[in-house]
Ligand binder design. Structure first.
Ligand SMILES: *[C@@H]1O[C@H](CO)[C@@H](O)[C@H](O)[C@H]1NC(C)=O
Ligand SMILES: *[C@@H]1O[C@H](CO)[C@@H](O)[C@H](O)[C@H]1NC(C)=O
Ligand SMILES: *[C@@H]1O[C@H](CO)[C@@H](O)[C@H](O)[C@H]1NC(C)=O
Ligand SMILES: *[C@@H]1O[C@H](CO)[C@@H](O)[C@H](O)[C@H]1NC(C)=O
Ligand SMILES: *[C@@H]1O[C@H](CO)[C@@H](O)[C@H](O)[C@H]1NC(C)=O
Ligand SMILES: *[C@@H]1O[C@H](CO)[C@@H](O)[C@H](O)[C@H]1NC(C)=O
Ligand SMILES: *[C@@H]1O[C@H](CO)[C@@H](O)[C@H](O)[C@H]1NC(C)=O
Ligand SMILES: *[C@@H]1O[C@H](CO)[C@@H](O)[C@H](O)[C@H]1NC(C)=O
Ligand SMILES: *[C@@H]1O[C@H](CO)[C@@H](O)[C@H](O)[C@H]1NC(C)=O
Length: 486
């Protein structure tokens, strides 16, 4: 539509991370209609110019508004409590009448194509506890400061809107705020001082903005803080040691800022850890801190792109709860510790781009949760242990650019979820096993410079759909598309 195209601006698609919080539609007897609320809903509907999925089809006068799609009412008196229209592809503006629904507690409009700033009248919704999404909208992308009037607000999620400008200091009014998520915008300036009085905050995600300033020591007062994500901003100065007082912290992402100095030693007690991505200068001493290895409750360890050198400690296997081990793009060397097979919960393992040598440890087949395994761009050798093909959840297997040799065995067909198989630039020999044709989910197969037979000796019985768009990233193949689809 012409109108939409002209005004569209903040256009990055994103699905709502909040969908799990979907408010249940409350059942309720249909009684008297609160006129102002009905009028406001109708005004909302009328300001929507595009509704390709028919989300508002049920919004007809012939039915009670409490049974309209996305609307939840107070079962006792039909006041509108919740409005949940996420991922509905609605296009249009948000009616200022929304502010008349004084009982509104929950509003989720994420992942729609609404534009214009949030109406300031929404600040009249004094009972609003959850405001989510608003993904992909706003023409005038400033942080909606009228929202800071809604002091009942418990969760505010403004994802992927290209909001610009400062976070208003009125944010300090949101004394009940526990969740603030506003990642991937163009927010700039520093976090207003008033924010640091919001001691109930549990989740703070302001990552991927242009925020700057120092993290004040008051951070240590956020005793409930569980998730802190400030990565990809311009914060600078020391990471305050007081952060170590936030005992409930389970996820800390501070990488790609301009912090200086060492990691405070007080941070050694966390159950989970996202360490040294936080320091542009890399880890202290350039090796993996042994104190990290004492954190036996670690579930997430990311040390990527930090100029780390040395070995992975052999005690790795004592991290039985580890789910993600991400150390790509460092200078780590030596063999992968065989004890890794005892980290039985591992789902994501990236050793990509280091100087590892030796073989792939035998026993990885026991890692039933493994979905991503990359040792690409290293100096590893030997053959692929058969049991790696027991990891039936594997979606990405990347062994490219090493010195692996031997046959590619037919077990590869046992990986029904495989999407990315990268084997190129190695010394494999022999033929490509025919059961590769069983990998119907495969999106990319990279086999170039492997000394594998360049003929494609199998037929793609079960994989006809792989032709064309689905099988779109056959790189380094030595085989033409036509040979694949015969
Ligand atoms: C309906 O009940 C709620 C409390 O459950 C109250 O806050 C609200 O004002 C009532 N609405 C009307 C229209 O009576
Ligand atoms: C509802 O809101 C609109 C616009 O904000 C306002 O003009 C109107 O008077 C309100 N209606 C009622 C019934 O409160
Ligand atoms: C903020 O709330 C006050 C009273 O609760 C109200 O008078 C004022 O209009 C509201 N401001 C905005 C921008 O909604
Ligand atoms: C908040 O943090 C500051 C600086 O760390 C400290 O001086 C103050 O005592 C803390 N206040 C509370 C209530 O914990
Ligand atoms: C920390 O988490 C535990 C367990 O979830 C909870 O019982 C405790 O109240 C939390 N502490 C604070 C200060 O929120
Ligand atoms: C790991 O967690 C358990 C229970 O949550 C706790 O008792 C134990 O002290 C933790 N261990 C470490 C090293 O933090
Ligand atoms: C795995 O853990 C078991 C039990 O703790 C231990 O006996 C075994 O040696 C470990 N395996 C490796 C390869 O470290
Ligand atoms: C892998 O699967 C094979 C056959 O299905 C089985 O014999 C072998 O023990 C498995 N290995 C591991 C490590 O699970
Ligand atoms: C591949 O598929 C064929 C036919 O569908 C089947 O007979 C064969 O056992 C499969 N191979 C593997 C390794 O799953």
């Amino acid at each position: 539509m012409h109108f939409r195209k002209k005004r569209w601006r903040c256009g990055r698609a994103s699905s709502s991370p909040w969908s799990l919080l979907f408010f249940p539609i409350l059942p309720g007897p249909v009684r008297t209609v609160a006129d102002a609320q009905l009028e406001a809903l109708i005004a909302f509907r009328d300001s929507i110019v595009e509704d390709p999925l028919g989300a508002l089809v049920s919004w007809a006068p012939s039915t009670h508004h409490c049974s309209w799609h996305g609307i939840s009412c107070d079962p006792s008196n039909t006041s509108v409590l919740a409005k949940s229209l996420f991922e509905s592809q609605l296009g249009g503006t948000i009616s200022p009448y929304l502010g008349n629904i004084s009982t509104l507690q929950y509003l989720d409009l994420s992942s729609n194509a609404l534009f214009d700033p949030l109406p300031v009248e929404l600040g009249l919704c004094s009972e609003l506890v959850v405001l989510l999404g608003l993904g992909r909208q706003f023409f005038n992308c400033a942080f909606p400061d009228s929202i800071c009037n809604c002091s009942s607000l418990f969760a505010l999620g403004l994802n992927s809107n290209d909001l610009t400008g400062d976070i208003p200091s009125s944010i300090g009014n949101l004394v009940n705020l526990e969740i603030l998520v506003a990642y991937r915008h163009q927010l700039s300036g520093s976090i207003p001082t008033s924010f640091w009085s919001l001691r109930l905050v549990k989740t703070l995600d302001l990552s991927e903005n242009q925020l700057f300033g120092m993290i004040p020591s008051e951070m240590g007062n956020f005793s409930r803080l569980s998730i802190l994500q400030l990565h990809l901003n311009q914060f600078f100065g020391q990471i305050p040691p007081e952060l170590g007082q936030c005992r409930n912290l389970t996820l800390l992402m501070l990488y790609s800022n301009r912090f200086t100095g060492r990691l405070p030693t007080s941070l050694g007690n966390w159950y989970t850890w996202n360490c040294c991505g936080c320091l542009t200068t890399g880890c202290p001493d350039g090796s993996i801190p042994s104190s990290l290895m004492k954190l036996s409750n670690l579930t997430y360890l990311s040390l990527s792109s930090n100029n780390l050198m040395g070995l992975i400690p052999t005690s790795l296997g004592s991290h039985s709860k580890l789910e993600q081990l991400i150390v790509h793009d460092n200078g780590l060397e030596g063999p992968l510790p065989p004890s890794i097979i005892n980290c039985s919960r591992l789902a994501i393992v990236s050793f990509l781009g280091n100087r590892f040598t030796g073989k792939i440890p035998v026993g990885l087949g026991g890692l039933r949760n493994l979905i991503f395994f990359s040792v690409g761009r290293n100096f590893m050798s030997g053959d692929i242990p058969d049991d790696l093909f027991n990891c039936s959840n594997l979606a990405t297997l990347d062994l490219a650019r090493n010195r692996f040799s031997g046959y590619l065995k037919s077990g590869v067909g046992r990986l029904p979820n495989l999407r990315w198989l990268r084997l190129h630039v190695n010394s494999f020999s022999g033929r490509i096993p025919p059961d590769i044709g069983n990998l119907t989910t495969l999106l990319s197969l990279e086999l170039g410079e492997t000394a594998l037979s360049v003929r494609c000796p199998w037929r793609y019985q079960s994989c006809r759909t792989c032709e064309g768009s689905l099988f779109r990233r056959i790189l380094w193949m030595g085989c033409s598309m036509r040979e694949f689809s015969s």
